[in-house]
Design a protein around this ligand. Structure first.
Ligand SMILES: NC(=O)c1ccc[n+]([C@@H]2O[C@H](COP(=O)([O-])OP(=O)(O)OC[C@H]3O[C@@H](n4cnc5c(N)ncnc54)[C@H](O)[C@@H]3O)[C@@H](O)[C@H]2O)c1
Length: 452
């Protein structure tokens, strides 16, 4: 539970922030460098942030939080000592405060000064770490996917109910202005009654080869890297990033990149849980250690009215509708396309481009760690508003779970080799105890089972 000291510190923080007017949406004021502005505001008036997992995405998020006028990176946690050093250097461009370093993020959670834990460790860590942080009275910026399996998503919902903290999922497009505008056009009838959303992601990832069992490098605590996951041998083709393609730690391209666009599709179609899910695919492009599919199609039907599809091609970057990533909504009156950027296009029902809303900034949709720092800052500021003023989160944990669950069910259908009937009230698999038993949760390393 949040202790009294933390509560009073937070209410002090709220008052002092209102008094200084320091909380502007988007953070940095024009004419100030991030660093100079941060130095004017006392350290005590800023949210104290701890980041867990800083090699790539976590490093980009650390720089973003450090660049906000109302937060400071107080702790950096990683089991790779090199990643900590790299992150420390990266954030020194944005803040003068020198953060403390932790190998074990649980020691960071013991600190009463920390307000927010950012979780950007691999997927098997997301829910277990977020639950521990919730129990320690911290708010959580939780990278997508919010969970490794559906049960973990349900536990996160229970955690927020029990501990009353804020958890924002890191599907940052929910806060990008033109994406919000595009979705509201879908809701408001610009393309008529909308019944279908096609989503996709393509890349040209190389083979990861066949790994050799080697000694764990001295810069890595592999025991804590595995944490909640049952123990497997260290191999030389696993860390960093390639864990995404092993079921023990990763969740495949479907949850890695599918989550972003399937989330927009679900938001646009205004649906919660599906009724039917099927999926086909496999590791087709190469024969190597990669376990998850590199080519996959998922179909998610909502009653007899609405359909979402996702196509993932990890190893063939041929674009779809001119983009490597996107969602296309189809309605009775036209179509609306949102790609990876902060922009969208409206087409008439014959397929003619009618209008385009463009972003003025440059966004690299193929960037692995951060498509756009300034836009992502809006998502971060939305979380701060929820912490300070109880503002609605743009991606609360129920919504994060519902979107993550869709692609999780896709992976379950693929792995079970069958179409799944789903209970539209709660997303559970119907009439198939075996698949529910095999895939709804996972086995945990002893002592690491998440509990709320
Ligand atoms: N929202 C986005 O656009 C976006 C973009 C990229 C990645 N991500 C998400 O961010 C997460 C990280 O992705 P990545 O590409 O940075 O992966 P990565 O493998 O490059 O980095 C993960 C880091 O976590 C560290 N780590 C592992 N266990 C840890 C522990 N117990 N404590 C502290 N640190 C630990 C690793 O040592 C590594 O430094 C993934 O879940 C991914 O889905 C989101």
């Amino acid at each position: 539970m949040m202790n009294q000291e933390n509560n009073s510190r937070r209410s002090f923080l709220k008052k002092s922030v209102i008094a200084t007017g320091a909380f502007t949406l988007g953070g940095i004021l024009p004419g100030f460098s991030a660093k100079s502005y941060n130095n004017i505001i006392g350290a005590n008036e800023r949210l104290q942030v701890s980041v867990m997992g800083v090699n790539s995405r976590g490093g980009a998020l650390a720089q973003n939080f450090a660049g906000q006028s109302n937060s400071v990176i107080a702790h950096i946690c990683d089991v790779d000592s090199r990643a900590i050093a790299k992150c420390k250097e990266g954030i020194s461009k944005f803040q003068t405060h020198i953060p403390k370093e932790f190998n074990d993020f649980r020691r960071s959670l013991e600190s009463k000064d920390i307000d927010v834990l950012v979780v950007a460790a691999p997927d098997h860590w997301h829910a277990p770490a977020a639950i521990l942080a919730s129990q320690a009275g911290k708010h959580v910026y939780l990278e997508k996917p919010c969970s490794h399996n559906p049960r973990e998503g349900e536990l996160l919902i229970d955690a927020v109910k029990k501990y009353g903290n804020v958890i924002q999922m890191g599907n940052q497009r929910r806060s990008w202005p033109n994406v919000v505008k595009g979705i509201s056009e879908v809701h408001n009838g610009t393309i008529g009654d909308v019944y279908y959303a096609k989503t996709w992601y393509t890349n040209n990832r190389p083979s990861i080869g066949v790994g050799k069992k080697v000694a764990v490098p001295n810069w890595l605590d592999f025991e804590l890297w595995q944490g909640p996951a049952p123990r497997m041998d260290f191999k030389d083709n696993l860390i960093h990033y390639n864990w995404h393609w092993f079921w023990n730690w990763g969740t495949g391209e479907a949850l890695n990149n599918g989550t972003h666009m399937v989330d927009l599709a679900r938001w646009g179609l205004q649906v919660d849980y599906p009724t039917l899910v099927s999926s086909q695919g496999g590791r087709y492009a190469y024969k190597d250690d990669w376990e998850t599919p590199d080519t996959q199609v998922i179909n998610m039907e909502f009653g007899r009215d609405k359909l979402i599809t996702w196509e993932g091609r990890s190893c063939n970057a041929m674009t779809t509708e001119g983009s490597n990533v996107g969602v296309m909504f189809y309605g009775s009156n036209g179509a609306l396309q949102i790609d990876g950027a902060n922009s969208y296009k409206v087409f008439d029902v014959k397929g003619k481009l009618v209008r385009e809303e463009k972003d003025s900034g440059i966004i690299n949709t193929t960037s692995l760690s951060s498509p756009s720092q300034q836009l992502d800052a809006i998502h971060i500021q939305n979380m701060f508003s929820a912490i300070k003023n109880g503002a609605n989160l743009n991606s609360d944990i129920l919504s994060g779970h519902q979107s993550t669950l869709l692609v999780q069910l896709g992976n379950i259908a693929l792995r079970a080799g069958k179409q799944l009937e789903i209970n539209p009230a709660n997303g559970h698999i119907l009439n198939d105890k075996k698949t529910m038993g095999n895939f709804w949760s996972r086995e945990y390393a002893k002592g690491w089972e998440p509990k709320v």
